[in-house]
Design a protein around this ligand. Structure first.
Ligand SMILES: NC(=O)c1ccc[n+]([C@@H]2O[C@H](COP(=O)([O-])OP(=O)(O)OC[C@H]3O[C@@H](n4cnc5c(N)ncnc54)[C@H](OP(=O)(O)O)[C@@H]3O)[C@@H](O)[C@H]2O)c1
Length: 387
């Protein structure tokens, strides 16, 4: 049995709409002529709390690395706007961009698209990656780059504040306290509301948030990392840490840059992963299993891959990556799919990674016996963030 809630029926009429099915319908159309964003009539999303904060964010986030054609594989302004409107129309509010995406075009497009109703959207952008080449202080995590990069992003986004400001990647140079104090100052100045961290080792994040907690500074509430059926290495340290510290996780590359749509399995796929991950035998084997489960369930392979990520423990809010409206609509279909245990187990089996030390060591029967003196199975432990 599968749960494909395509039976969700939404009847639109001039005065509003009625919904039936698993998902509650949204708040209806806006008043005519209000000049506000008015395409929320097909709201299908629920909302989650952004980690250890009161901020409400949509259960899916819009990745916008494909907004703009500057890198050769993105969407033009018209197609980007259509994707944005489809996402917002489904109730999506969490937007992800970065200073460097498509050389600033992504931020410029987003700024323009959200202008009509800035407050509704939870706008996230990032700093770290270079703003200019060959200038040691125009990249990295340090305070000077943080401030310069933030000011430039605010201008491109045409807004006075960022809701969620991300450290994009750890530079292994800047002291942790400089980053946390700098970000806290930006919060105090009203330029950012919340902070998150991406592509950084667990031990750095753990130290950063503990330091911030002790000093009364703003703490990270979000964690961005690469996670998909073809790369589950973050299950070793980063995901257990996120659950332990109540960080909301926004995984990127949940489709393995397109590999998990199955389009490279028969050799016909055209896309940016064709020359790379789309040729790896292990990746293709996992994609083949995704495709066969999709056929059994009656949905698309992308919906299977995204739903798998959404059904992992913790607060997981996948970043939808799409190059055109058709792909985005396909990916939004994850909202109607819940994978049964049997299919989750098959996907787990084909994609599992060896967790290595210390996880395997500490889970071994002999070590458990030593650590708990034979009482492990007698204790109901609500605090084990490994699962
Ligand atoms: N923090 C970080 O370091 C970091 C890094 C990367 C990305 N991100 C964020 O995460 C977002 C998503 O990342 P990603 O692009 O790597 O994600 P992804 O979902 O793994 O890959 C997206 C790509 O897969 C293909 N695709 C997507 N949906 C498809 C569909 N339904 N059918 C067929 N092909 C489809 C498209 O490429 P083709 O059409 O070319 O095949 C698309 O560009 C980005 O936009 C960005 O916001 C963050």
């Amino acid at each position: 049995m599968y749960w494909h809630t395509a039976t969700l029926t939404i009847i639109l009429n001039n005065s509003g709409y009625e919904g039936s099915g698993k998902r509650e319908a949204g708040s209806g159309k806006r008043e005519a002529g209000s000049g506000r964003f008015d395409s929320f009539e097909e709201r299908r999303m629920r909302y989650k709390l952004m980690g250890r904060s009161g901020l409400r964010v949509s259960e899916l986030a819009l990745g916008t690395m494909t907004f703009g054609e500057d890198w050769g594989w993105g969407a033009d302004r018209g197609e980007s706007r259509k994707m944005f409107e489809a996402f917002a129309g489904a109730g999506g509010t969490l937007i992800d961009t970065a200073n460097r995406y498509t050389e600033g075009t992504s931020e410029r497009f987003i700024g323009e698209f959200i202008k009509k109703e800035r407050e509704r959207f939870v706008l996230g952008t990032k700093y770290t990656l270079f703003n200019r080449r060959d200038d040691p202080n125009a990249a990295g995590n340090h305070r000077k780059n943080m401030m310069q990069s933030l000011e430039a992003s605010l201008k491109r986004l045409d807004t006075e504040y960022i809701d969620l400001y991300w450290v994009h990647a750890w530079d292994f140079m800047t002291p942790v306290d400089e980053v946390m104090r700098g970000l806290d100052d930006m919060v105090a100045q009203g330029k950012i509301n919340y902070i998150g961290i991406s592509d950084t080792p667990a031990w750095v994040i753990s130290r950063a948030n503990t330091l911030a907690e002790l000093r009364g500074w703003t703490r990270f509430v979000g964690l961005q990392l690469r996670y998909s059926l073809i790369d589950r290495t973050v299950e070793r340290e980063l995901l257990p840490m996120a659950r332990f510290m109540d960080l909301a996780v926004t995984p990127w590359s949940v489709l393995g840059a397109g590999v998990l749509t199955g389009k490279y399995n028969d050799g016909s796929g055209k896309g940016r992963a064709k020359a790379g991950a789309g040729q790896d035998a292990r990746n293709l084997k996992i994609a083949a299993e995704v495709v066969s489960i999709a056929k059994e369930i009656g949905c698309t392979p992308s919906q299977i891959s995204i739903s798998w990520a959404r059904q992992q423990p913790g607060t997981i809010i996948p970043l939808l990556g799409a190059r055109n409206l058709e792909q985005l609509k396909d990916n939004l279909g994850t909202l109607d799919v819940t994978l049964p245990d049997e299919h989750l187990a098959r996907l787990d089996k084909i994609s599992a990674k060896n967790l290595g030390f210390p996880s395997n060591f500490l889970s071994a029967d002999g070590i458990r016996d030593l650590v708990y003196g034979g009482t492990y199975d007698l204790i109901d432990n609500h605090r084990d963030s490994r699962e």
